[in-house]
Structures are given as structure tokens and as C-alpha cells.
Design a protein around this ligand. Structure first.
Ligand code: TNX
Length: 731
């Protein structure tokens, strides 16, 4: 059933139930079975309760922050402590589990009882989802609710979302918006990744320059640009006041904020400000364009631990969470050799202890940091690699990101474990092949996330009993290239995949994709629209049928198409000429939601006219100019300087609409030629300039048949040890 049809039926049902003629009440009335995540038990009652201007809100004093929150959505005119008839009464019952609740709606009134603040708050979310226009702020009374009883509690005590605010800064107001969206899905932990190679985002009173300088990269900033925006100092940081404000905002919404400073690896931003944290040796930087790319703290430097104590002391005061996440991932990965292997002090330390692996050395670091945390009343949390050294205390919480295997190892080691294997929980992965996003852990949409099942993944009942919970993650290397000021890309990456994660964290038996899809179409896409979320709709089907190009959607959304060579949007009403298959892409829209573009293969397949390539670029051994001429991606063996060049000379002059020359990873502005000019020749002899690369890329429309193309660098490549050249794209 399409969402439109569903709504009409509900409207009809409402009228039958005696809905009055006031147009403001003509919104679909909520159904307990559409609450997301799915409640443990639902008993539907008879009849309707109307919240009117006379309805009072009654609550225990400790629930005051919830009462204030609730009034953002339901304009109760009267609030009182204690109980009255015709009321919504909220109370705590200590005999229930903290996050458990019972919501009862009868013709006389609404009773919401929770085991604690969190339980009542969870009940409020279910109640809000039952409203005719769930989550509309400032909606008007009366509001009609179906009678019924919910008994509900979460499967896991930890239901988290990680936001990487280090690669792409997410301003405080946007973080608060995501806190709201999390709360609406009964998430209770926000993990903020506050420092990485590309930025430091926390104001420290003891070291103000960390944020003031470490929060910006590119332009004349001290931190090198990576991932785009090269010409301006770009970024930001949170003041301590803003962070306290975020913590309070989250806490009112039953969300704990867990800060992370990724150490000892992933610390290049800090190392650029404080090279003294690095090991005591001079690396060979000749293939790194003269930049010192090292990004790990030296384990053997005593003064490093004093600096870490400064950091921990301040973070511990800002964040009430019992945990501080100290990272611990990918220490060896940065440069092709282990950073510690060339350090005389680290090697001596290993020798003294008889250690044979760098993971054991990492244990020394982690144990030292853990003891600092302990002094400041905090426990450590780490990424799964950090336990490989084998010595960390089991009070350490482990976030299993690499895979199910690593999660199970952590559980077997007795660590409280957060399950978040990348191939299901990394929402920075693209959702289908031709979309934008990472792909190292796969391309997957909400259907795939919803298919995650602990038991079929090999977790035993005993394992499951020892899992603290689940977490979705959004890493933001790619976000920066996608108008972060608008949130649209992040919304699109999170929703509805995050809805599926919410179900996995909350429900003992979560909905299958077909059930979840039903709820999305019938109720939850509308709720997301009321929340203002730019969510992703299911991808339209496109095919050639009876000689025509036909597009269709199952979810009742509206289809559009665009032509590759013009930005104009057309409404799709009837099949198109099959010849357009290489030229048009379809997508659908419903309220604030949008699908991925869908097109036939011909649309994505570029032309590959015969070409001869010559270049001054130092290509890696396994790459060659022949590969470039075969339209394959190649990589250089070092960073580039000014004055290096590539020339493409076509065997026959090429007539085409558009040419794209791009460097760096596809979709990721990394390993790019930062500064270069592009010239074209329309006669094979004279060259004229068409422009400069922008974020490593240029697209232009040739005026005439193209004989040759030349790219000349005018400055250093980005802060990476190599440059990637993408195949020329000609259409
Ligand atoms: C792996 S997850 C990383 C991050 C990247 C992410 C991209 C983890 C602990 N490390 O540094 O941003 O992949 O998906």
C-alpha cells in the first residue's frame, strides 16, 4: 500500500470515528503498531482521548525537564504536580527498570510511568509518535489519541551514534538537532569524535591554541588542508560553554555525551601544533613533499603524559559521562612503516620489557592514559585494536568496529562491548554503487542494516548477554565536500538507516525490512518530514520495456528526471524514448525525502576514445602511462611539486559534450593535485587555458573537437604521500 493510500484510509477511519470538521485535526491518527522502534507489547484499546485546552500535565517534580520538553510539542495550558482527571500524568516507579515505561491511554486520560527519568522520556517519544502530526513543534490543540496500552523497554542499555566532528566540524546547533533526532528514535548515547589528524575541536583553557589553531585547516591556518576547502582556513571548535550546553541539552533528552580524543595515532593535527609529542627522530620527508606526516604520540616521552593529563582534567570537568574514549585505532597505518619502529626511545622501552610487538607498546601508552583517567574519575573506552596487546583491564569498554569477529573477541576477553561492525553500522558508507560515500566496508542501504541479526551473525546467547549495546557511526571525510552547512548529506546518510539501527538496539526481535519498510511508508517518512529530515527514499526502478525507457517507484513518491547536460528537473509522467537511456537519470521525492538517482548503465558509461598519454609524474611501479591511456586510475609514488604535467593526445579529434579530469579518491578529496591549470588544444598545436582544478577536479564543455589536453601543476599536492589520477571522463 502506498503511503498516500494509507493516509486516505486512516482519514476515512477517523471520520467514521467521529472526527470533527476542524481541518487541523484531519491528520492521520497514530497507530501503536507504527511506533519506531517497535515496542515490546501493544494492547489496543477502544475509543479516543483528546488532549484539549482543559487537559492538564501532572508530573513528579524530578520530571520537570521532561515536562518542559514535552511542551515544545504539545501546548498543555496547565501543568500541575500531582494527579487530576483529564490529564497526562507522568510518574516514576522504581520497581521498573530505569529505561522501562508503561503508557496507558484511556478515554479518561493518559498515564505514563517509567522506571526512571529515561523510562519516562522513552514513553514520551512513543506518545509523540502517536500524535496526528508527530514531532511538529507548536502544533495546535485538540490532539486526538487512540486508546491503548504499551509496555516497553530496551534490549540494550547502550544505543549510540558516533559523529566525527574532527574531519568536518559540525556546529553546536547542528549537533543539538541530531540530539533531537536521536531522542526521537530512543538513542541514549552520543559519541563525539573530537580530535583526529585533521582537527582539534575542544577549547582547552590550559592550551587555548589547540582549538584556536587546531580547529582550522587550509589557507593560512597551521593545519594542512585535507579533504577539500584548500584556499581558506576552514573549520571551527566548541567552546567549553557550548559543550556544557550540548551536554545539558542531551541530558534533558536522556542522552549521555561521550567525548573521544583519538590517541596515540590519528593525532596529526595536534602534532602539527606540538611536534614535541612525536618520537625523537627526523623522518625522511622527501617523498611527503617535505611535510612531516607522522601522527602518533611517542610512548616513551614522559612529558607527553603530563600533557595528556591537562587534556583529561578539562574534559573530565565538562563531560559527566563515566567514560572517556581514547581511540587507539590504526596506529600503524599512516605511512607505510610503523612510526614507533624508528624511535630509539620506544625501541629501548620495548627491549627493557622484552616486548616483540608494537601492540604491546601501545598497551603501555593505554595503561598510562587509563591511570590518568582513573585519577579524574573516568574509565577508558577504546576502538577494538587497542586490546590486541593483551593486557588492558576489563574495566575498559571496547567499541568493535572492524567486524563481527573483533566484537566477539572483545566479548570473549570479558570487555563490555559495543557492537558496531563497519559493514552494517558505518553510515558513512555509500548506499548504492553510484552514490557518494566511503565503500571500504561495502555499499549498503537501510534494508541491509535491518538484516543485521546478532544470532545469525554468530553471537551466542551468552555473548549477547554481555553486549552493552550498538552504535552507528558517521565518519566525515566526505561530508566536507557536500555542503555541511546544510546538513542535507548527513541527514541522507543517516535516515532511514539510523531507524534500522534504532530497532536493533531497542527490540528483542526487531522488524524485518519488509515490516520496517511498511512502517516507514505508512507513518515514519511523514514523521521524518515533520522533523525536517532530508531522508533517503528507496531507489526507483528503471528499465527498457517495449522499446521505451520506463521508471517506477513502489513507495508512492513522485518521480522526476534530469538530463545529464542540463540541470532542469522534469516530472516523469510517461515512458521516455529509449535513446535517452544514456542521458537521463531519475529520482523520486516525497515531502523532505529524496531517492538516489537511478539510471541505466549506459548513463554511467563514459566514452573511451583512443589516446596517447605522456607525463612527468612519478607513477608507482605497478602503474604506467599505458594504464592511463586505458582509462584506469593510477597513483604517484610521492607528493607532487609545481611544474609537473600530464598530456592526453587523442588519436582522432574528439567531439564531445563534456570532459572531466579528476584527481584523488573518487568522492573523497584526498590524494589530490591541489593546484594545477588545465589547457585544451582544438588544433593539436596551440593550447588555451580552460581553468584551474578546484578541489582536485575540473569539468568543462569543449567549444570544438578536442585534439589534446594538458594539465600542469602550479603548487604542491595535498598533505598526502601520493596523488591519484582518475581516468578521464568523456561524455
Ligand atoms: C576507519 S573506525 C576509521 C576512521 C575512518 C573510517 C572511515 C575507526 C576507528 N577508524 O578513521 O574515518 O574508517 O569509514
Amino acid at each position: 500500500m502506498t503511503m498516500f493510500r494509507a493516509k486516505n484510509l486512516l482519514l476515512a477511519a477517523m471520520l467514521l470515528l467521529g472526527g470533527c470538521g476542524n481541518p487541523k485535526t484531519e491528520y492521520a491518527i497514530g497507530d501503536y503498531n507504527d511506533i519506531l522502534p517497535k515496542p515490546l507489547s501493544v494492547v489496543e484499546g477502544e475509543g479516543i482521548f483528546s488532549i484539549t485546552k482543559q487537559t492538564t500535565l501532572c508530573y513528579d517534580a524530578e520530571l520537570q525537564p521532561i515536562a518542559e520538553y514535552l511542551q515544545l510539542y504539545i501546548p498543555f495550558r496547565r501543568t500541575v504536580e500531582g494527579r487530576t482527571p483529564n490529564s497526562l500524568s507522568m510518574a516514576v516507579d522504581n520497581s521498573m527498570a530505569e529505561e522501562e515505561y508503561r503508557l496507558e491511554v484511556t478515554a479518561e486520560g493518559i498515564t505514563l510511568v517509567g522506571g526512571g527519568y529515561g523510562g519516562v522520556f522513552n514513553g514520551v517519544q512513543s506518545l509523540l509518535q502517536m500524535l496526528p502530526r508527530a514531532y511538529t513543534k507548536g502544533a495546535e490543540l485538540p490532539m486526538r489519541l487512540r486508546c491503548g496500552t504499551l509496555c516497553d523497554k530496551p534490549r540494550f542499555s547502550y544505543r549510540g551514534l558516533m559523529l566525527d566532528v574532527a574531519r568536518t566540524f559540525i556546529p553546536a546547533e547542528h549537533v543539538k538537532r541530531y540530539i533531537d533526532l536521536m531522542a526521537h528514535h530512543k538513542f541514549n548515547k552520543l559519541h563525539l569524535h573530537l580530535a583526529d589528524d585533521e582537527g582539534w575541536r575542544v577549547e582547552l583553557k590550559s592550551h587555548p591554541e589547540f582549538a584556536i589553531e587546531g580547529g582550522y585547516r587550509g589557507g593560512d591556518a597551521k593545519i594542512w588542508a585535507r579533504y577539500g576547502k584548500f584556499d581558506e582556513a576552514w573549520g571551527g571548535y566548541y567552546t567549553q560553554q557550548e559543550l556544557r550546553d550540548i551536554v545539558a541539552y542531551a541530558s534533558q533528552r536522556n542522552i549521555e555525551v561521550i567525548p573521544e580524543i583519538d590517541m596515540p595515532g590519528h593525532s596529526r593535527a595536534l602534532a602539527q601544533l606540538r611536534p614535541d609529542i612525536l618520537c625523537n627522530y627526523t623522518p625522511d620527508t622527501s617523498s611527503w613533499g617535505g611535510r612531516d606526516l607522522r601522527n602518533a604520540w611517542c610512548v616513551a616521552k614522559e612529558q607527553n603524559y603530563a600533557l595528556i593529563e591537562d587534556i583529561v582534567r578539562e574534559l573530565a570537568e565538562i563531560f559527566p559521562s563515566p567514560y572517556l574514549h581514547i581511540g587507539g585505532d590504526e596506529v600503524a597505518l599512516a605511512l607505510g612503516y610503523h612510526i614507533w619502529s624508528k624511535c630509539p626511545d620506544c625501541r629501548r622501552l620495548m627491549q627493557e620489557r622484552g616486548y616483540t610487538s608494537y601492540m604491546q607498546l601501545q598497551d603501555i601508552f593505554t595503561e598510562r592514559v587509563a591511570s590518568i583517567l582513573l585519577r579524574h574519575g573516568k574509565r577508558p573506552a577504546v576502538w577494538n585494536e587497542a586490546i590486541e596487546g593483551g593486557r588492558l583491564d576489563t574495566s575498559t569498554r571496547v567499541y568493535g568496529w572492524e567486524g563481527v569477529k573483533e566484537c566477539r573477541q572483545s566479548i570473549a576477553g570479558g570487555y563490555p562491548t559495543i557492537v558496531m561492525p563497519g559493514p552494517y553500522f558505518y553510515l558513512d558508507m555509500r548506499q548504492s554503487k553510484n552514490e557518494v560515500g566511503h565503500k571500504w566496508a561495502g555499499c549498503f542501504d537501510a534494508e541491509h542494516v535491518a538484516s543485521f541479526d546478532l544470532t545469525s551473525q554468530g553471537f551466542s546467547a551468552e555473548d549477547i548477554g554481555r553486549i552493552e549495546g550498538v552504535e552507528a557511526a558517521f565518519w566525515s571525510e566526505i561530508y566536507i565536500a557536500n555542503e555541511p552547512e546544510k546538513c542535507d548529506y548527513l541527514d541522507y546518510m543517516l535516515f532511514p538507516r539510523l531507524c534500522a539501527v534504532a530497532e536493533i538496539g531497542w527490540c528483542n526481535a526487531h522488524r524485518t525490512w519488509s515490516e520496517l519498510k511498511g512502517v516507514l511508508r505508512k507513518a515514519h517518512y511523514d514523521r521524518l518530514a515533520e522533523m525536517g529530515v532530508v531522508f533517503r527514499l528507496e531507489t526507483p526502478q528503471v528499465k527498457i520495456s517495449e522499446g521505451q525507457l520506463v521508471a517506477s517507484v513502489e513507495d508512492g513518491s513522485t518521480l522526476y528526471y534530469t538530463d545529464k547536460f542540463s540541470s532542469k528537473l522534469h516530472r516523469y509522467r510517461e515512458p521516455l524514448d529509449a535513446d535517452l537511456a544514456s542521458q537521463v537519470a531519475f529520482h523520486s521525492e516525497y515531502r523532505t525525502g529524496k531517492s538516489a538517482p537511478a539510471a541505466l548503465k549506459a548513463y554511467y558509461k563514459g566514452r573511451r576514445p583512443k589516446v596517447v598519454v605522456t607525463t612527468s609524474l612519478p607513477l608507482r611501479k605497478r602503474d604506467s602511462v599505458a594504464k592511463m591511456a586505458e582509462y584506469k586510475q593510477v597513483r604517484t609514488s610521492r607528493a607532487l611539486d609545481a611544474g609537473e604535467w600530464i598530456e592526453y593526445r587523442f588519436e582522432e579529434p574528439v567531439e564531445c559534450r563534456r570532459i572531466t579530469f579528476a584527481t584523488g579518491h573518487p568522492h573523497l578529496h584526498r590524494c589530490i593535485m591541489e593546484y594545477a591549470t588545465v589547457e585544451v588544444s582544438y588544433d593539436g598545436k596551440r593550447f588555451e587555458k580552460v581553468g584551474n582544478l578546484d578541489c582536485g577536479k575540473i569539468t568543462f564543455e569543449p567549444k570544438d573537437e578536442v585534439y589534446a589536453l594538458r594539465i600542469v601543476t602550479t603548487g604542491k599536492s595535498d598533505a598526502e604521500p601520493s596523488v591519484i589520477v582518475q581516468p578521464l571522463a568523456i561524455s
